[in-house]
Design a protein around this ligand. Sequence first.
Ligand SMILES: [Zn+2]
Ligand SMILES: [Zn+2]
Length: 127
Amino acid sequence: MLTKNHQLVLEIVRESGFGHHRCASDIFAEAKRRRPSIGHTTIYRSLARLRDLRLVREVLLPHGNSATYEPMGPDHAHFHCTSCGAVQDVQYRLPANGVREIVDTYGVAITNELLTLEGQCSGCRSA
Ligand SMILES: [Zn+2]
Ligand SMILES: [Zn+2]
């Protein structure tokens, strides 16, 4: 059961569409525009809840950058440009046999695959 605030946050993330990644403060600004009474904490709680329900995907970036959020869709990896900060979807998944090998070697259960590659985006490279 989603509260009205959860629904609003989910709506905002879904509206941004696939391939777009918005940080919590950006989502907060948009939510506030639509529902002025909404608080910062509510946004963070809603995002955590929606992530746990697997309705939105949280994309964590290294180096203490704030997390970004995108609509739940097919699994993919991310490319993070360390020059301009852009986050881009890349169609890549770890090969299934590679994942199986990790499970067999370390005896772990893998429930989530979060893969982020870093470097310079094509725009920054040609600048
Ligand atoms: Zn860049
Ligand atoms: Zn993505």
